[in-house]
Design a protein around this ligand. Structure first.
Ligand code: PMP
Ligand code: GLN
Length: 383
C-alpha cells in the first residue's frame, strides 16, 4: 500500500498542546490544571432540561440557523445586557462550539493573501484557521506582564491587505480583558477601512472584580463589521457539549451560513431546546463571574504557599503563574517536570506563541473543585 503523494496544507502543525498535556497528565495520574475544563458537575437544572427535551421528542434535525426559540432567547439576552437589538433569523447562528464559529467566520471572509492581525499569546486554533484559508497571520505580541495591546504597533501593522483583526476578551491564556480605551483605539484604527473584527467572547460571563465585559455587541458601529463568537460549553461548565453561536450583521451572517450549511448544517437539538428555557433565567449566567472569582481567589490563597508568583487575571478560567524567581528552565521543560515530578499538569504559555516566546510563565486552570485545587497547591508547595 502506498499513500498518494500530497502536499500538506499545514506543514508546521503538530498535536495541540491541550491534548499533549492532558495525555501526559493521564499517563502520570497528575492533577490536570492544564486543559481548560471544569471537574465539578454542571447545573442539574440544565441536564434535567436536556433529558426532558429528549423525552419530549426533540431528537431530529433542527433549523440550519439553530433552534428558533433559542435564537430568540439569545437576542433578548443581548438586548438586556448590551442594549443592542440583534435579529434572531438574520444575525444569530447556533454552532457546534466556539472553535467552529471562529473557523467558519474566518473561512467565510478570508481569501488567499489576506492579512489577519492576531495577538499573541493566542488561542491555538486561530493561526491554523487563517493559514488553511491561505490567509497570512500578522502576529502582534501583547505586552508582558499585563498582556495589554500596543495599539501603536497595531497601527503600524495595518496594510492595504489587512482584512481582519482578531480579538479575545476575556483572554485565554492570560485573563486580560479589553477596556473602554482599547475599544476607542480599535475604533479609530478601523474606521473608514474595510477591516472585519472577529471577537472571541467565549468567556463572556467569566469576568471578575466587577469589571464590565466590553462586548463588541455594545457598539453598533463595530458590530456592523464583526463576527462575535460564543461558547455555551465554557460558560455553563459543559465543555464536552461543544455548543456555541455566532452573531454577525445580516450580510456577514449570510456568508457565515454558506460555510456552516455544508459543514455541520444542523446542531445538536435537545441541548438547544434546553438552553432556550435555561437562558430565560438571567441569574444562571449573571452569577458565573462571582462563582469563578471565588475559585480564583481560593486558588491564589492556596498558591501563596508555593514559590510561584501570580500574574493578574480579570476573567476566563485561567491564571498565569511565573516561576522566573526560582528557575531559568524553559516553560515546556518546567511544565513536564511539574507533571512527572510533582503530579500537576499546566500549560506552558510559550505554546501560544509562534516564536515560542518564553517568559517563564505557566497557565493554570482554576475552574476546579476546591479539593482539586487544594491537592494541586499542596503538591506545588514542595517545589
Ligand atoms: N476560544 C477560546 C479563547 C477558548 O479558550 C476556547 C476553548 N474552549 C474556545 C474558543 C472554543 O470553545 P469551544 O469549546 O466551544 O469550541
Ligand atoms: N479552550 C481550552 C483551553 O484553552 C481547551 C480547548 C481544547 O482542548 N482544544 O484549555
Amino acid at each position: 500500500m502506498k499513500t498518494p503523494a500530497f502536499q500538506t496544507k499545514l506543514p508546521d502543525l503538530g498535536t495541540t498542546i491541550f491534548t499533549v498535556m492532558s495525555s501526559l497528565a493521564a499517563e502520570h495520574k497528575a492533577i490536570n490544571l492544564g486543559q481548560g475544563f471544569p471537574d465539578f458537575p454542571m447545573d442539574e437544572t440544565l441536564t434535567g432540561l436536556v433529558n426532558k427535551a429528549m423525552k419530549d421528542g426533540f431528537n431530529q434535525y433542527v433549523h440550519m440557523f439553530g433552534y428558533g426559540p433559542l435564537r430568540e432567547t439569545i437576542a433578548a439576552k443581548i438586548k438586556n445586557l448590551y442594549g443592542t437589538a440583534v435579529h434572531p433569523d438574520q444575525e444569530i447562528t447556533v454552532t457546534p462550539g466556539g472553535t467552529y464559529a471562529i473557523y467558519s467566520a474566518i473561512t467565510a471572509v478570508i481569501h488567499p493573501g489576506d492579512e489577519v492581525i492576531i495577538f499573541e499569546p493566542a488561542y491555538d486554533s486561530y493561526i491554523p484557521n487563517v493559514k488553511v484559508n491561505g490567509g497570512v497571520p500578522v502576529v502582534i505580541k501583547l505586552k508582558h506582564p499585563d498582556y495589554s495591546i500596543d495599539w501603536n504597533e497595531v497601527r503600524r501593522s495595518i496594510t492595504p491587505r489587512t482584512k481582519m483583526i482578531l480579538l479575545n476578551s476575556p483572554h485565554n491564556p492570560t485573563g486580560s480583558v479589553l477596556n473602554g480605551a482599547d475599544i476607542n483605539e480599535l475604533r479609530s484604527i478601523i474606521s473608514g477601512t474595510d477591516i472585519f473584527i472577529l471577537s472571541d467572547e467565549v468567556y463572556e460571563h467569566l469576568i471578575f472584580n466587577g469589571k464590565e465585559h466590553q462586548s463588541i455587541l455594545r457598539f453598533p458601529d463595530l458590530m456592523e463589521r464583526s463576527f462575535v463568537c460564543f461558547s455555551f460549553g465554557k460558560v455553563f461548565h459543559c465543555t464536552g457539549w461543544k455548543l456555541g453561536y455566532c452573531i454577525a450583521p445580516p450580510l456577514l451572517t449570510n456568508e457565515f451560513r454558506k460555510i456552516h450549511q455544508f459543514n455541520c448544517f444542523s446542531v445538536n437539538t435537545p441541548m438547544q431546546v434546553a438552553l432556550a428555557t435555561y437562558l430565560q433565567d438571567a441569574s444562571h449566567y449573571l452569577s458565573l463571574g462571582n462563582f469563578l472569582q471565588q475559585k480564583k481567589d481560593y486558588f491564589q490563597q492556596l498558591m501563596a504557599a508555593t514559590p510561584l508568583k501570580p500574574l493578574p487575571t480579570f476573567g476566563s478560567y485561567f491564571q498565569l503563574y511565573s516561576y522566573a524567581g526560582i528557575s531559568n528552565t524553559n516553560e515546556v521543560t518546567m511544565a513536564k517536570k511539574l507533571v512527572t515530578e510533582f503530579g500537576v499538569a499546566t500549560i506552558p504559555t510559550s505554546a501560544f506563541y509562534t516564536d515560542g516566546t518564553d517568559n517563564k510563565v505557566l497557565r493554570f486552570c482554576f475552574a476546579k473543585k476546591e479539593e482539586t485545587l487544594e491537592t494541586a497547591a499542596q503538591r506545588l508547595s514542595k517545589i
